[in-house]
Design a protein around this ligand. Sequence first.
Ligand code: FMN
Length: 406
Amino acid sequence: MAWYTSLVLPVIRWIDAECAHGLALWALKNNLVPRASDAQDVLPILETEVFGRTFANPVGLAAGFDKNAEVPNQMLAHGFGFVEIGSVTPEPQAGNRKPRLFRLYSDRAVINRMGFNNDGAAVVATRLRKRARRGIVGANLGKNKYAADAADDYAKGVAALGPYADYLVINVSSPNTPGLRALQGREPLQKLLSAVLVARDRFAAGVPVLLKVAPDLTDEDKQDIAAVVMALKLDGMIVSNTTIDRPVGLNSYDQDEAGGLSGPPLMEPSTRVLADFYRLTKGTIPLIGVGGVASGKDAYEKILNGASLVQLYSALVYHGPGLVQEIREDLARRLRKDGFASVADAVGAAFPDIGASSPAIDEAVQARGAVVVPAAPAPAAKAKAAPVKAAAPRKKAVRKPAKKEG
Ligand SMILES: Cc1cc2nc3c(=O)[nH]c(=O)nc-3n(C[C@H](O)[C@H](O)[C@H](O)COP(=O)(O)O)c2cc1C
């Protein structure tokens, strides 16, 4: 990672963010990005089975980096346990006016208002069909900006990409497509997901369908979403997309740009929402935790709070692809240190009253205290050789509303 932070980052800092992203994709396509020699080593403790798929490790690439499925195999080769392409809409679309991607250097964060720029389902489906099939690749679906019937758009995406995807994601949480997040309401969501499941059974039988939600939800929203997801027996949820909130304490020049914020300032709020859904679904629905993951500690915290898998995107901008290997190794160390035999054993360990996970350990209880208000009394700690170092308590975020979104 040293080559990235000392050579690449200082240079791309002066290049427009979207241009730098294009360069990164070009370099990946042409195999110009150095890979750690041990990037694909198998760490058995990290192997995990979720919604009927076997993942070599639980650390995935979040949607938005490889919108058009240009480099999924290259990213898998850098050590990701799975890659999510998209969001893809039925028809190609240009997205919002540029500039629409901003790096908040001092906060190691990103703001984007891309607006689902992508090549469209037919082109992306052809790329997925032609790819040498290895590793797990999910397809994240969106709707076109001017589509009259949202359910019809998502069904088209399922039909086009379902046959080539290891799982499908219904993204109703991007802040950059007008009206999209309203699809998270109880009735529209029920209608939309029912139509999607019919399309799945027809065009892509057996392919898991997941719902990706926003972090900016009221308690009532969360209860409604959890009820619909459980009633329809959805295969999983992704928590969460970017936030339209702006936590107080951001230090960067572009912090008031409209759009969705991602990176470290999203870690705490998205982990809270993750824990909420873990409790609301009683641990019965696999959750993918995403938002602010930039270290093994962050990934572990998501897992303890209910994530069966995690994803990241923004941290790649500041740390480069070598970060994946660091996170994998650190995660494996933390699991071993706390006496877990596998990732699955640690999932939701901060909530020993839910599901059949192992008794909580000190750090799990700490993590729970970090995301649940009020903190519950600590259950008995699991016996282990050395005491777990207490994680620093996270500060509760105070928020101010973001400027009107674009
Ligand atoms: C530039 C950019 C584009 C994104 N595009 C999408 C997208 O098309 N679909 C989607 O579901 N999420 C998209 N996301 C959200 C990410 O998948 C992820 O949920 C979010 O960035 C939080 O993770 P992070 O803090 O690790 O970046 C995008 C994020 C960024 C930074």
